[in-house]
Design a protein around this ligand. Sequence first.
Ligand SMILES: Cc1cc2nc3c(=O)[nH]c(=O)nc-3n(C[C@H](O)[C@H](O)[C@H](O)COP(=O)(O)OP(=O)(O)OC[C@H]3O[C@@H](n4cnc5c(N)ncnc54)[C@H](O)[C@@H]3O)c2cc1C
Length: 324
Amino acid sequence: MANVLAVLEQRGGVLKQVALEALTAARQLADASGGGGSVDAFVLGPSGMDVSELGKFGADQIMVGESDELSLYQPDSYAAATVKQVQSGDYGAILMAATAMGKDLGPRVAARLDCPLAADVTAFEAGDRLTVSRPVYSGKAVYRLEITASPCVISVRPNVFQPIENARDAATVKITPPDEEVRSRTIEIKEPGKARLDVTEAPIVVSGGRGLKEPENFNLVEDLADALGNAAVGASRAVVDAGWRSHSDQVGQTGKTVSPQLYVAIGISGAIQHLAGMRTSKVIVAINKDKDAPIFKIADYGIVGDLFEIVPRLTQEIKNLRRA
Ligand SMILES: Cc1cc2nc3c(=O)[nH]c(=O)nc-3n(C[C@H](O)[C@H](O)[C@H](O)COP(=O)(O)OP(=O)(O)OC[C@H]3O[C@@H](n4cnc5c(N)ncnc54)[C@H](O)[C@@H]3O)c2cc1C
């Protein structure tokens, strides 16, 4: 493995948490491969971005392309600029987070470079050969892929590679993105109307399902998330299809994949399609009145009982502990 280009994501000119995760993964990949590969952080966005902390998280160089046209993710322009950067350097891997942006950008870059793409990676082993792993078949199997071509594009699952400080004396280099014929343009990204973290980025996700009976009862889930702090609220597809929650909250095969430190499933049966989106969470707590609910098969802690009794008590206990 030669050098690694870490393509990092910003929103509103501020680096996202997944940017530091992708940079940490890039650093680990470069170091594990031996040979002293360097890591170039690559950020496209509006003028005046603060990228200074990237040196703290392992970047040897910080390449910044600033233009108001690039404030929002633009598929054609971002792909063209990334490819230009790859072609101007000696990179063995192009690494990014498997977010909505990374899932769109990764294949575009791989196609333009005619190189392999390994998506949604959760682990890699580097040495003479690079092998990456990712869960497949709704998390029932782990797929290991040996990558023999160079360069390759790798997207890493959010919340798996925790940011690790690894200070470098990184120089910042301004780059000029190429003029690219734009076939489609992002004109707006609608943020959810609440000041909550996205489920893919939060260290804690509290999710609710059909067991809540009514959309109004999601306040129990919201209250528990508030008591825990730094938590996002997720949902099963059943309640999203019923219009109780937005699709942006949906966890699972046709929703988002999450890997938080703590996942709390409330009134969720644990259908395989739901498990596909959350089974790599570090600690899973399930609350369900059916002791045979499939969610208990993968839960680290299970509470069998009525959520309408358990959740308010749990919330109160957490508040008491936090006050103590
Ligand atoms: C192609 C495809 C893709 C899909 N993608 C997804 C996806 O991305 N995400 C997803 O979630 N689903 C997905 N599904 C749907 C999935 O199969 C399930 O139907 C769905 O996850 C069920 O949601 P649920 O667990 O909220 O509801 P249910 O299966 O109805 O479960 C409700 C649970 O609540 C419990 N409960 C009820 N009352 C209480 C109470 N008072 N206290 C405690 N527990 C209680 C019940 O015991 C039950 O286990 C997909 C399905 C298909 C076919």
